[in-house]
Design a protein. Structure first.
Length: 439
């Protein structure tokens, strides 16, 4: 049984300062949670370091970034990249047969996937190969990092690795049916996840999303002890997802997106943080509010829980800045459509009896979908999306920016003296932080 540990109050001003070191364990993209955390670390004057997943050549050989790629990555990060290829997961690693796991499923057809069977001994061999490769790379990175952390500095690790869907066309078809399918195009997510292809995806999700956090913690033991030996702080953060408390009809209620297929791996990520915390390690998984990212755009409907942030800003004190955010959202809507009417539509969705068994059962999370649930969620998502004036300039993009900003600030502040290994950032806390910062 898991407890919903929502952060009740904003963290105190943290102690990270100029000269302390911030390492982003994962690549930085243009749309994602990590941008807010990096921006906050820069604002504190911390030394910004990062890693790369590397690149694969046409023959599938993994390599570091070339000079042009490295320059672009460092410009995007605003710091130095430790250029060792941290490619996580095992789907691109060779099996004893000489082909990769992804190659072994490349010819599976949409009509045959339910009957397809994997050679699991081959998969396990690929996992072992992947583990050894990844750990060796992390050890190389840590060796260089040790030379870059000055005596007396604090150290903050931000784990951002996530994903794990094997690189094969069949998954694009199946995922579209399972998470975007309506009517005749619907396919139960449970059937996909219990098939051999689904089990393969789940294992690779574990390797990428969860186990890379454990590898980071274990590989940096010596450096952590060194930092703590001179009285410094060594802290680890990871991005979780396990639903979010949002304001629905004047009450903050936990809700979640269904079917969140990486959910089991996110719980494994939490388990790694719990185990580390018991050893006295400051490792925290922050379950942040839903936003729109390059990866979350796969899951139509996940954005529905973003809209109530507008009302949360008013609920937590409001004022001119909060009203300016509401107006900015209203200005993004089609002519004649009111913001309150849209928010009422979203509230009605969250309270619909078809939806609530899937969206409000914390102890049984994550769940698979049903056709009625999927049809209603996707139809509501489409309906609310049509209220936006410009599909390239959405209300949810604007609100995502606010969540990214706030969650980064909260996580870095909390990271200096965290209050627990698994913490939820609800819309109430995000609203309080934004109002405190901007008002």
């Amino acid at each position: 049984m898991r407890n919903l540990t929502v952060m009740p109050t904003l963290p105190q001003a943290h102690g990270f300062k100029k000269g302390d070191v911030f390492l982003l364990f994962g690549e930085l993209f243009s749309r994602g949670y990590a941008n807010g955390l990096v921006d906050q670390a820069k604002a504190e004057g911390m030394t910004i370091l990062g890693v790369t997943v590397g690149r694969r050549d046409k023959d599938n050989q993994l390599r570091p970034l070339n000079p042009e790629e490295l320059a672009a990555a460092e410009a995007n990060l605003g710091g130095r990249i430790l250029n060792y290829p941290h490619w996580a997961g095992f789907d691109m690693d060779p099996t004893p047969s000489g082909i990769t796991v992804s190659e072994s499923i490349a010819n599976v057809k949409p009509t045959d996937w339910q009957d397809f069977k994997l050679d699991w001994s081959q998969v396990e061999e690929a996992k072992v190969h992947s583990y050894k490769r990844f750990r060796a790379t992390v050890d190389q990175m840590v060796g260089e990092l040790e030379t870059l952390v000055p005596h007396g500095a604090n150290l903050f690790f931000a784990h951002t690795m996530a994903g794990g869907i094997p690189k094969a066309k069949i998954f694009l078809v199946l995922l579209n049916r399972a998470v975007k399918g309506m009517g005749a195009r619907y396919a139960p997510s449970k059937e996909l996840w219990e098939s051999d292809l689904g089990r393969l995806s789940a294992k690779n999700y574990d390797a990428v999303t969860a186990d890379t956090f454990l590898e980071l913690i274990e590989a940096t033991q010596g450096l952590r002890q060194k930092v703590e030996g001179w009285g410094g702080i060594c802290s680890y953060s990871a991005y979780g997802y396990h639903g979010t408390p949002i304001l629905i009809k004047d009450r903050y209620l936990w809700q979640t997106y269904t079917p969140y297929l990486p959910g089991w791996s996110k719980m494994r990520l939490e388990d790694h943080a719990l185990a580390a915390w018991k050893q006295g390690i400051k490792a925290v998984v922050y379950n942040c509010p839903e936003i729109r990212t390059n990866s979350s755009d796969l899951f139509n409907g996940v954005e529905l829980s973003l809209y109530p942030l507008i009302r949360a800003l008013r609920h937590e004190g409001g004022g001119p800045w909060a009203e300016a955010q509401a107006k900015a959202c209203q200005d993004l809507m089609i002519e004649g459509m009111g913001l309150e009417a849209m928010l009422d539509e979203v509230d009605a969705y969250h309270l619909n009896p078809i939806i609530t068994p899937f969206h409000s059962d914390f102890q049984d999370w994550p769940k698979h979908n049903s056709q009625a649930m999927a049809d209603l969620m996707l139809a509501t998502s489409d309906k609310v999306m049509e209220m936006n004036r410009d599909k390239k300039n959405l209300i949810t993009d604007y609100l995502s920016g606010l969540v990214v900003e706030s969650s980064g600030r909260i996580m870095l502040n909390e990271g200096y003296a965290p209050r627990g290994p698994v913490l939820w950032l609800g819309h109430d806390l995000v609203a309080k932080d934004l109002l405190a910062h901007h008002s």
